[in-house]
Design a protein around this ligand. Sequence first.
Ligand SMILES: Nc1nc2c(ncn2[C@@H]2O[C@H](COP(=O)(O)OP(=O)(O)OP(=O)(O)O)[C@@H](O)[C@H]2O)c(=O)[nH]1
Ligand SMILES: [Zn+2]
Length: 216
Amino acid sequence: MIADTLADAISDDRSLTGNLADASLRPAYPSRADAEEAVRTLLLWAGDNPDREGLLGTPDRVVRSYEEFFAGYKVDPVDLLQRTFEETDGYDEMVVLKDIRFESYCEHHMVPIIGKAHVAYLPRHRVVGISKLARVVDVYAKRLQIQEKMTSQIANTLEEVLQPLGVAVVLEGEHQCMTTRGIHKPGVSMVSSRMLGAFRTDPATRREFLDLIRSS
Ligand SMILES: Nc1nc2c(ncn2[C@@H]2O[C@H](COP(=O)(O)OP(=O)(O)OP(=O)(O)O)[C@@H](O)[C@H]2O)c(=O)[nH]1
Ligand SMILES: [Zn+2]
């Protein structure tokens, strides 16, 4: 399902994050003109003149950029996983998709978190198209996030929809709020993980996954 507006998307429980679940706490969805006006205000706040030639098109460009950065609010990740394949001739080993680049946005500072996701699952009966694993990563990345929440959302969705024997998700992210502002520590990356099913209960399964994502 592709929702027409953010308001439609956030009225769907599966797309919800945080307080958006409670309609009474949800502010009205702004018009495009309101969004562009907000960018003009920020240009003024930065100390520049939004009416100078070089900045005249900037509110429109920023709003279009935001549509791209935050496209994940309009997609239901559950829908992405509906097509599965049963004919695997008994395949019952781990499936690992590693080094999936993601671009997300820190919910505290609204600056990029750029990194890699590694996703694995142990199929029960059916497998899913591997591009769909990367699509699920993208849907949650293209929202305002903290890395721990994004890690859990990816793992929980795969578990809920595929009902496999286990799911593992590891994210490595560089947070621009730590590299280009504040503490200014370039080169630092945050690692987060969520292990479910066999990846949580069976140390050998967990080890195999961690070895596979480490090897080049
Ligand atoms: N746990 C976690 N923290 C994050 C993530 N992204 C950013 N942060 C941190 O969120 C915190 C927000 O802290 P605040 O003290 O409210 O904000 P701030 O004054 O801008 O903090 P500084 O970044 O230390 O300048 C900072 O420590 C960030 O490094 C994330 O994905 N997970
Ligand atoms: Zn931040």
